[in-house]
Design a protein around this ligand. Structure first.
Ligand SMILES: [Zn+2]
Length: 244
């Protein structure tokens, strides 16, 4: 880390140190979590030190519960978020690989998730958070993730989801203008917004079992607040744990 950035981090750690919150990723104890989100800001969303968001902190709890990092297991992380990457890289026995679609970004691989250039049954785990809403043929991407998983492997998948049980997945490939995509799908580079029926898409991709985890429904209020796990925005954070 450059000396100036190091200094900035120290200043932040002093400014935001407290006891109200704790980041499950960088373990920093904070007096507040910051507003987060690209357009409409969500309250208590972002760790001031590692920039993790609610869904990243949720995902790490779920990973620790469902994945086994004690043997030499392999994990492929699509579009790796730095906050999660920093922690997963430190797992001593985990064979951790990253894939960034953009070839200008440093990464182990630059896979096209619709046609992954890897052999069948290569990885024990896959982490793919907020990627599929950018992908035109997301059904193909789901099948590809299943293909490269070993038997018994698990893909941990998150997508932005509309809040209501009544909303179905909405996509319209005629909408290509960035401004229109913000209006329709919530972000300039999204091609759809998912409803809870994303579960059927994942099941149709051939996973033997898909667990639907809303972490906030499983923890007590004190823990939810402490770790800043609740999404105060207008979408839902659900993690799909997909078993091959
Ligand atoms: Zn953090």
């Amino acid at each position: 880390m450059k000396p100036l950035n190091k200094l900035k981090k120290i200043v932040k750690k002093i400014k935001f140190y407290g006891s109200a919150y704790e980041c499950s990723l960088c373990l920093f104890k904070a007096n507040q979590f910051l507003d987060g989100g690209l357009y409409k800001k969500r309250k208590h969303a972002k760790c001031p030190i590692c920039n993790s968001l609610e869904r990243h902190r949720q995902l790490f709890f779920i990973l620790k519960d469902k994945a086994d990092f004690s043997g030499s297991k392999s994990l492929l992380h699509f579009a790796p978020e730095r906050c999660l990457m920093n922690v997963l890289q430190k797992e001593p026995l985990l064979i951790y690989k990253t894939s960034h679609y953009d070839k200008n970004v440093e990464s182990d691989y630059h896979y096209d998730i619709r046609a992954i250039d890897a052999n069948d049954k290569t990885f024990d785990y896959i982490v793919c958070s907020h990627v599929l809403e950018h992908i035109d043929d997301d059904r193909l991407a789901m099948k590809e993730m299943r293909r490269i998983l070993k038997e018994g492997g698990i893909a941990f998948i998150q997508v932005p989801i509309w809040p209501s049980e009544k909303h179905a997945t909405y996509e319209n490939f005629d909408i290509t203008d960035e401004g229109d995509r913000i209006i329709h799908f919530g972000q300039f580079d999204h091609v759809r917004i998912y409803g809870l029926d994303v579960l059927q898409r994942l099941q149709q991709a051939g996973f033997s079992k898909v667990e639907v985890i809303d972490l906030c429904e499983t923890l007590d209020e004190k823990a939810i607040q402490k770790y800043g796990l609740r999404n105060f925005g207008d979408s839902r954070d659900i993690t799909y744990v997909c078993y091959k």
